[in-house]
Design a protein. Structure first.
Length: 112
């Protein structure tokens, strides 16, 4: 028997001053709507199912946990580069992928 995987999506807002905040999250049809809206507005999409599962445990408007600052900062910087922008002081070296599952134990809520 095959197990159906739920499609999830999240969106982060970042003002450059505070830590990024969770601005949208959803499963299945709502996830597809979030992704469609991002594409419509040419917002870069980064796909990482484990990271989405971690961030989806946050409440809307909640800042990302400190343990994910560096990971999210690198993703935001990469998205800026895709648009030809480079944040002040950004190191142009390649992004190193990280296993973010260790953060799971530090986040509130059930695993999953």
């Amino acid at each position: 028997m095959s197990q159906k995987h739920t499609r999830q999506a999240i969106a982060l807002s970042y003002d450059g001053q505070q830590a990024p905040t969770l601005s949208a999250k959803g499963d299945d049809a709502l996830a597809e709507a979030i992704l469609a809206l991002a594409r419509e507005h040419e917002v870069p999409i980064y796909e990482n199912a484990e990271l989405v599962r971690l961030l989806a445990r946050l409440e809307l408007g909640e800042q990302i946990p400190e343990a994910l600052y560096l990971t999210i900062a690198e993703i935001i910087a990469f998205a800026w580069q895709l648009r030809g922008k480079v944040p002040y002081g950004f190191d142009d070296s390649p992004i190193n992928e990280r296993d973010v599952t260790e953060v799971l134990a530090r986040l509130p809520g059930p695993p999953g």
